[in-house]
Design a binder for this molecule. Structure first.
Ligand code: C2E
Ligand code: CA
Ligand code: CA
Length: 253
């Protein structure tokens, strides 16, 4: 009943282009405000939803809501890339492509604004099918990011063959990138590999200036994390974008 009672909502975390320091994208993250139990984190309710067909309904709600919000952002004068998390179950469902096309159309948003984040395990499960769906959506203009990179079973042939645009290095590596030489070497190797495969690299979970400096030195393209912005409501995000746009326009004068 939570979906009908409108207890779910989305927050948005900015993704920063490290070359310009500007917000280049957003990740939509789901929240559940339970009337008695308060805020329940997605790490609790998403796996629960995934164990039943409910994730399909919930996943469609996320896509629909996120694209409506993206349209609102565009109306406010901000055109950004918006990333939405997809679970493996959603990906295997035949209806996914149609639902995405329907939501894009009704929101009036161009497909190249939408990025889908999927994990390595999603791909490994049913590679052929996933490849077909991804190719179709990619041809329409959608972008794809590989989420939590480095934590699952990676297959380099999958990375090469599937139409990924971006690789997101998992927070567990970023945590130690400024303090552990071994981790720094791994991150450097991931960035190098990703770039040779024509993928942009985004670092997840950046919390300190030291991590950010290290990532810039290693040639990382983009970053996301509490240091650069916590996930916030759409209204707060529009406030921040407006403030930053104001600052940029005075800077250019
Ligand atoms: P994720 O996709 O890896 O999302 C990143 C998580 O890291 C988010 O947690 C975000 O709030 C958190 N985070 C961001 N920056 C930092 C940082 O600097 N430090 C730390 N410690 N954490 C940071 P959140 O929102 O609790 O989401 C947890 C997971 O739940 C997500 O991990 C994703 O797997 C799943 N999830 C969230 N929303 C959705 C959704 O709409 N659909 C699906 N299928 N899964 C979702
Ligand atoms: Ca994600
Ligand atoms: Ca992640």
């Amino acid at each position: 009943g939570a979906l009908k009672r409108e207890e779910f909502f989305l927050v948005y975390q900015p993704q920063i282009d490290l070359a310009t320091g500007q917000i280049c994208g957003l990740e939509a993250l789901m929240r559940w405000k339970h009337p008695q139990r308060g805020d329940i984190p997605p790490t609790v309710f998403v796996p629960l939803a995934e164990s039943t067909e409910f994730i399909l309904l919930l996943g469609e709600w996320v896509l629909d809501q996120a694209l409506k919000d993206l349209a609102r952002l565009e109306k406010a004068g901000f055109s950004l890339r918006l990333a939405v998390n997809l679970s493996a179950v959603q990906f295997k469902h035949e209806e996914l492509t149609n639902a995405i096309l329907r939501f894009l159309d009704s929101a009036g948003v161009s497909p190249d604004r939408l990025e889908l984040e999927i994990t390595e395990s999603t791909v490994i499960h049913d590679e052929r099918f996933v490849e077909r769906v991804m190719d179709h959506l990619h041809r329409i203009g959608l972008q794809f990011a590989i989420d939590d990179f480095g934590t699952g079973y990676s297959s380099l042939s999958v990375l090469r063959r599937l139409p990924f645009d971006r690789l997101k290095i998992d927070r567990s590596f970023i945590q130690d990138v400024a303090t552990d030489a071994g981790v720094k070497n791994i991150v450097e190797a991931i960035i190098w590999m990703a770039h040779s495969l024509n993928l942009k690299v985004l670092a997840e979970g950046v919390e300190t200036d030291e991590q950010l400096t290290a990532l810039k030195m290693l040639g990382c393209d983009e970053a996301q994390g509490y240091l650069l912005g916590r996930p916030v409501s759409l209204n707060l995000l529009i406030d921040r974008l407006s403030r930053e746009a104001g600052r940029h326009s005075t800077e250019s004068i």
